[in-house]
Design a protein. Sequence first.
Lengths: 364, 128
Amino acid sequence: MKKTLFNELHKKLGGKMIEFCGWEMPVEYSGIIPEHMAVRTKAGLFDVSHMGEVLVTGKQALAYVQWLTPNDAARLAPGQVQYTALMTPESTFVDDMLVYCIGPEEYFLVVNAANVAKDFAWIAGHTKGFEVKVENQSDAYSQLALQGPLAEKILQPLTDIALAGMKSFHWAKGKVVGKDCLVSRTGYTGEDGFEIYTTDPDPGVVWTTLIEKGTPLGLLPIGLGARDTLRLESKLMLYGNDISDKTTVLEADLKWIVKLQKGGFLGRPVVEKQLAEGLKRKLVGFELAAPGVARPHYPVYVKGQKVSEVASGTFSPLLKKAIGLVYLPIEATAVGAEFEIEIRTKRAKARVIPTPFYKRADKK
Amino acid sequence: MYPNDFRYTKEHEWIKVAGDEALVGITDFAQHQLGDIIYVELPPVGKELAVRQSISVVESVKSVSDVYAPISGQVVAVNGELAQTADLVNKDPHGKGWIVRLKIKDKKEIDGLLTAGDYEKFLEGLEH
């Protein structure tokens, strides 16, 4: 099992360690519910060093990123970040990812841990005809996420980057606890916060200092368990659950990352076809109208017919009810529409509700 | 940690015998493994249970787990407080977090269960 450079620190803090995508990672420290609520109300610190990083450089770096993704990377100035996807010719997902514009000939792609090898093979396999160089730098990078309404207050005294001037989906390079870092105002929780990347071989002090300075303000270390409940309340996609190489970008309700005016890109003909013909199914949010929790892969029925399985499902610690995401036939996706989920042996009633399930009030 | 007057199973249930009846719950180890418990499905009072039959379903944020009858018997009471405060199972697994009370059918079945010492040894084995 691979270990991040913070592994021993997690164990010291009582992190319950599990295997995740080949990494030994903390699933929880104090409990999913207290960790979840700390991020919603104060702050939380995550080790997300298992994520993958790919650097694209060269004269045609922009044209190449544009070809592989549906969002418009040409809109990015250096210092900006964009959520997008690596798309197949069928407009399904190789992965979803963040694109950092470092400069006009330099883009930094951040991809999911589960997909690093597959993504890099895909990325490297599509360079033909483009004057670019691609490097898998995943092993060199550590990544922490500091999330929650107090994130800026905790981080500012520890960095020379002026955080108040950093807008959402922007980044800057600077020192964090004396280490060279790239810091972006991004995250996977629906809260304000930062993601901190470093190639320093000994980054432990960044973690320990953030814990030390943040703890008196209510910061907790957060494991993968709360990472999942936080992202789901905010309807942020999880590859393998909500999106995959079997689901198209439009079916996943991610039309906002498709910018047709930008020109050609992999998958575009299928996107146009689906736009013209309409969708047959779509990813929607639901709440369970009965006690219990609808978990991934539980069978889903509309009018007695099995139509799909739960994509993501959990208990929402904030809303205190079972929520989830599911692909339903398009005629069954109206808000308020009811359907059934088989929970172990019983059919439980569920209903389509608006998403995101949670949106923070002071969104920057 | 594990009361000496209880008996235990390798599936992490406990029973506490009092006369012809026994309380059943899940152990501190089990609640810790499950994490934050949010819902406990309770059986109807009067239900006859065979050994190893599912008594209850415990849902935590991250997982779902069956609770099995350590012995056979009839459900004479359920812990109604769990309907509102399922996390009693986390906070006091061997006390206020009890799940059902059974009328014991065959006391001999109890002899086959683990003592506190046996159970603690079993847990040590799991951790290595």
